[in-house]
Design a protein around this ligand. Sequence first.
Ligand SMILES: Nc1ncnc2c1ncn2[C@@H]1O[C@H](COP(=O)(O)OP(=O)(O)OP(=O)(O)O)[C@@H](O)[C@H]1O
Ligand SMILES: [Mg+2]
Length: 283
Amino acid sequence: MTNATETTPTGRPERLIPVPQELESHGPARTIAMCNQKGGVGKTTTTINLGAALARYGRRVLAVDFDPQGALSAGLGVAAHDVPTIYDLMLGHEKDPRAAIQQTETLGLDVIPANIDLSAAEVHLVSEVAREQILAGVLRKVASDYDVILIDCQPSLGLLTVNALTASHGVLIPLACEYFALRGVALLIETIEKVRDRLNPMIDLDGIIATMYDSRTLHAREVLERVVDTFGDKVFDTVIGRTVKLPDASVAAKPILDYAPANPASEAYLKLARELVERGLVA
Ligand SMILES: Nc1ncnc2c1ncn2[C@@H]1O[C@H](COP(=O)(O)OP(=O)(O)OP(=O)(O)O)[C@@H](O)[C@H]1O
Ligand SMILES: [Mg+2]
């Protein structure tokens, strides 16, 4: 094809997104929940690689593993056993969040890990006063140290996810470009609206990130078209393509930027980071 103005998978014209300016000072963080109750859509992969990309641009990033599966902790190569975790902070076993924060090999990207203990939290928290606000209380204590806090949610809309939404300024929804991508999104948006009415008036839908896009299939192109028709400008220009290098990087416990810097997914996550800053969603 020889298009005069090249179009991107979203159908919008290709454009340059500027490299963010360096920050002169850091914090307080804007907190963003990576959320979709559908499993396997790219929440964890996006938390890791967007976090690493924002760190590459000089942002101080805290990634919070908020899934008992602990995939974020594993994917960033941090210890999640015999160390304080987000569960200990939520239950008050450990009062100082800084005791649970670990540095990763990526400068500027820190993690609070999780492990299977977190699966008991929903039960333990049911009888707590202000049980939806516990994570917000934990993260408030470290917000001044970071520019952005990314919460990797588990695939459910239960009490843990409601805690994440209550603690956040914004929500990012990764959507895999496959059958039924939009199924369940209405319910997720309804949940965000309930949280806004009842618990956290400031929460916004920051945007939709199309992931696992395979430009060779008509099907993926059709799904993406539907997503753009439905959500318009909320859909980021940046689309994350499908590549086996992303699961490979997770197995190697590294962000794609370190594992396969020349892979298009590295540039895609850098572009997503630039777009978040351009949209004013991250400092
Ligand atoms: N763009 C991509 N291309 C190919 N594989 C991908 C891509 N993004 C993620 N994956 C892989 O797909 C699987 C699911 O991704 P990921 O774990 O990020 O999703 P998730 O939404 O966090 O899942 P869960 O709901 O189980 O927490 C993983 O094996 C991951 O490595
Ligand atoms: Mg996950």
